[in-house]
Design a binder for this molecule. Structure first.
Ligand code: RP5
Length: 160
């Protein structure tokens, strides 16, 4: 069963959101990825949020740019943890996305990541961490991934 849903407002978000998918691939965690726009496909958003629990999702990663209502809107329709990814924009460099996702009113949280690809990758790791609390195999793979990253950091800098 797929426990992680990656949703994004537009095809143009995929170059950012694929960094979440790549982390999940590396950790052998199944996921689905869908375009669900808060503005352009509100009925699709409604259906996604209302069906998420019964479909077995345990974490939703939601990325959007600009007036980025998608993460907050899906959080309003499901109790499943939502991890928000602010997509970098040309006009305002993603600060618009960040503030849109971050400033949720009390009651409907979105765990907001950094702007752009690093945030998307961290969203994948956050989803893995949430699943790892209940799945020892995912926990072991996540521990190994973190150890490998740590081991890859050199002790001293070199001229490049
Ligand atoms: C948002 O508008 C999407 O999340 C995307 O980041 C942004 C621009 O979308 P496109 O005009 O590229 O489809 O809804």
């Amino acid at each position: 069963m797929v426990h992680v849903g990656i949703i994004m407002g537009s095809q143009s978000d995929w170059p950012t959101m694929k960094h979440a998918a790549e982390i999940l691939d590396a950790l052998d965690i199944p996921y689905e990825s869908k375009i669900v726009s808060a503005h352009r496909t509100p009925d699709r958003l409604w259906d996604y949020g209302t069906s998420a629990v019964e479909r077995g999702l345990k974490v939703i990663i939601a990325g959007a740019g600009g007036a980025a209502h998608l993460p907050g809107m899906v959080a309003s329709k499901t109790r499943i943890p939502v991890v928000g990814v602010p997509v970098q924009t040309k006009a305002l460099s993603g600060v618009d996305s960040l503030y849109s996702i971050l400033q949720m009113p009390k009651g409907y949280p979105v765990a907001t990541m950094a702007i752009g690809p690093a945030g998307a990758a961290n969203a994948g790791l956050m989803a893995a961490g949430i699943l790892a609390t209940q799945d020892p195999d995912i926990a072991a793979r996540l521990d190994a991934w973190r150890a490998a990253l740590s081991a890859s950091i050199p002790q001293e800098p070199v001229d490049e």
